[in-house]
Design a binder for this molecule. Structure first.
Ligand code: AQP
Length: 332
């Protein structure tokens, strides 16, 4: 079976609908057809400052949500990145074959470091995509399900795999992005031209999976919509309504055309009211299941430790090959 790998940062108290629709629902779907490795990337989560106690709690909340969304510990290997030390061990080597200018061209680094100021932005933020490449290459992943914002990082992972292979001999599978266009960029409810993002959207622009559905309903009600009154899909001309239609369609399984036909002659308010209900129905069981996992942290930690053990078998074998090819001494 082909391999799939992806990771998500535990940098908030809940995932948002952008994370779910852009990436996590594909994680769940791909476990049927792929040998699946998924990771709560806590090493990445410290690149912009953090509180240790909050980080540990968020890593558990992240894992609980992933199980609640349908990741099956029997079929998928879910683990926490810091429990698999091979990730930073490989990242060092990959960092040594990455150009300084090449890393500096990553737009996510440019945006985030500009916001933080160059004195405050960490070296970890700069090398983030190199660690991400190590995450992926350790598992010889064929496919990486992510949102559109990760395309450039994925391109770097591919370049580094190819570069290492040609310098030292074939070692890594060259991974392909798995980006499903329709939902690859869910936008901010308050600014429908920007991506829904936990670090740059205002709270009113994000729907969190774990928030009270009444709060989500209020945000949907006050979502920025477009001039005119017709409910049609037009991502350029009507980005606000198109975003709501995209979310509605993905959560309900109804096609966009079907929705457009059903709302013919109705107003934005009707669409928003019904979408709020669709969101409520979607998140309620996920919230219940998430709480179930969080109520038994010992069992949750055990599932994650088992995941880390399974991941280490694969990661250690790849790292051993890579280190040998680079010319390092064998492990003692
Ligand atoms: N708005 C989005 N639409 C589609 N996919 C999205 N993803 C994130 N936002 C959207 C995808 O979610 C996965 C998790 O990514 P992450 O852990 O790197 O989270 P992130 O990209 O840091 O999430 P945010 O909210 O966008 O955080 P900031 O603001 O810190 O960058 C990835 O596959 C991502 O593509």
């Amino acid at each position: 079976r082909p391999r799939v790998f992806s990771g998500i940062q535990p940098t908030a108290d809940s995932f948002h609908l952008g994370n779910y629709l852009g990436a996590l629902r594909h994680w769940v779907a791909l476990q049927d057809s792929h040998d699946a490795f998924y990771c709560v990337v806590d090493l990445h989560a410290i690149t912009a400052g953090h509180d240790p106690k909050v980080l540990k709690r968020r890593s558990r909340v992240a894992a609980a949500q992933l199980f609640a969304l349908g990741l099956d510990p029997e079929r998928s290997t879910l683990f926490v990145q810091s429990q698999v030390p091979e990730h930073p061990q490989l990242a060092w080597v990959l960092g040594c074959i990455t150009g300084f200018g090449e890393a500096g061209r990553m737009t996510q680094f440019k945006d985030k470091s500009q916001k933080q100021g160059s004195e405050r932005a960490s070296v970890g933020l700069f090398t983030y995509p190199i660690l991400q490449a190590a995450d992926i290459l350790l598992y010889q992943a064929n496919a990486v399900p992510v949102g559109e914002d990760q395309r450039q990082h994925l391109e770097l992972s591919r370049d580094l795999a190819q570069r290492f292979n040609s310098l030292f001999g074939r070692t890594f599978t060259v991974p392909a992005p798995h980006i499903v266009k329709d939902t690859a960029k869910i936008t901010d409810l308050q600014d429908p031209t920007a991506k829904m993002s936990k670090s740059s959207s205002s709270p009113a622009g994000i729907i969190d999976l774990l928030e009270d559905p009444a709060r989500s309903a209020k945000k949907i009600r006050s979502a920025v919509t477009d001039t005119g009154r017709e409910i049609v899909f037009d991502a350029e001309g009507k980005p606000g309504i198109s975003n709501l239609l995209t979310i509605y369609s993905a959560l309900s399984g109804r096609g966009i055309d079907d929705l457009v036909a059903a709302y013919d002659g109705k107003g934005y308010g009707d669409l928003k009211k019904d979408l709020a209900e669709v969101v409520r129905e979607f998140v309620t069981p996920i919230q219940e299941r998430t709480n179930g996992y969080l109520n038994d942290p010992a069992q949750l930690d055990k599932l994650l430790a088992q995941g880390a053990e399974k991941a280490r078998v694969v990661a250690a074998a790849t790292l051993r090959d890579a280190y040998e090819r680079v010319g390092f001494f064998p492990p003692v």
